[in-house]
Design a protein around this ligand. Structure first.
Ligand code: NAD
Ligand code: MG
Length: 298
């Protein structure tokens, strides 16, 4: 049996945080420079053909949860358009290689999701270079903590909303025009939508917006045979958290307050995105799948 399916104690499957988690990089953060490295499932994820022949767009595909999802989608048989920021090229190259090693096409598309035109280009690239778009996994996100509202600039508030919410609007708008029945949109919320940290005012607000956006859109496009769902992670060890997402001194305790007592790893998020992209979730739309170490949600 492969590691992916081995029965294990989830409290011990991955380590707890510790003093070595205390590290800081400028945003957007580079996964290659993190120690310890997040687990994107490259050693463990085994596909079973659940997305054979599908054409997917994955944003934030260079690192963290997006990287784990891109690897999983490719190993499940999907070709992937990878969206990421130009400064993340080195992280993205590793993912391109892993997708290709899975025998699938990888279309690398660096750019800024705050730009509507770029969002449209991502969908156009899937249509022109892969032949369509069946899966849109919106995983990119911006999180910068600011303790006081007086210090939160309009520029940051704008950037957080543009990156986390407007890009969803633009990408969904362009993708829905192309999607055939059976297609899936998966958006990324957070435990922050329900338990907002005082230092993440702008970010937490966007995550609540993403839940509501998804529930509305899900009803709107259901008759077209398109399902829209959400994954809401809890604390997951990724570049987002060590590049301004959290104050450095709290990282040694990262994930300690979850019932499972440890942070999650990107590899533990990917199966949720696979399920919601596959035919196995055919009667599920407008739902949020919480993958957060056991924290209660509404
Ligand atoms: P990550 O840093 O690996 O991924 C975020 C990605 O967003 C970056 O790699 C970058 O490519 C992309 N991005 C940010 N701004 C962009 C822009 N303007 N244009 C294009 N791309 C941009 O971190 P992650 O934790 O894997 O984040 C993925 C998603 O998971 C985010 O939506 C985040 O809010 C969500 N999330 C993460 C956690 C966590 O604890 N890590 C918890 C809940 C939700
Ligand atoms: Mg990144």
């Amino acid at each position: 049996m492969t590691e992916q399916y081995k029965m294990q104690d989830p409290t011990k499957q991955y380590r707890k945080a510790g003093p070595d988690f205390e590290q800081q990089q400028p945003p957007p953060g580079i996964e290659q420079k993190m120690t310890p490295k997040p687990d994107a499932g490259q050693e463990t994820y085994v596909g079973t053909g659940r997305l054979a022949g599908r054409k997917a767009i994955v944003t934030g595909a260079d690192s963290g949860i997006g990287r784990a999802v891109a690897i999983a989608y490719a190993r499940e048989g999907a070709d992937v358009v990878l969206a990421y920021l130009p400064e993340e090229q080195k992280d993205a190259q590793e993912v391109v290689k892993l997708v290709q090693e899975a025998g699938r096409k990888a279309i690398a598309m660096p750019g800024d999701l705050k730009d509507e035109n770029y969002c449209e280009q991502l969908v156009a690239a899937a249509v022109e270079q892969l032949g369509g778009v069946d899966i849109l996994a919106n995983i990119a996100g911006m999180q910068q903590f600011v303790p006081e509202i007086a210090e939160l600039t309009t520029e940051q508030f704008d950037d957080t909303f543009k990156t986390n919410v407007y890009s969803l609007f633009w990408l969904c708008k362009a993708a829905v025009k192309q999607m055939k029945p059976g297609s899936a949109i998966i958006n990324t919320s957070s435990i922050q939508a329900y338990q907002p940290s005082p230092i993440l005012l702008d970010y937490a607000t966007t995550k609540a917006a993403i839940n509501t956006f998804s529930k509305s859109l899900a009803q709107q496009v259901a008759s077209k045979g398109i399902c829209v769902n959400v994954v809401a992670p809890g604390p997951v060890w990724t570049p987002l958290q060590i590049s301004g997402g959290q104050p450095q001194d709290v990282l040694k305790e990262f994930g300690a307050k979850t019932p499972l007592g440890r942070p999650g790893q990107p590899a533990e998020m990917a199966p949720a995105y696979v399920f919601l992209a596959s035919q196995e979730s055919s009667y599920i739309s407008g739902e949020t799948l919480n993958a957060n170490g056991g924290m209660p949600t509404p």
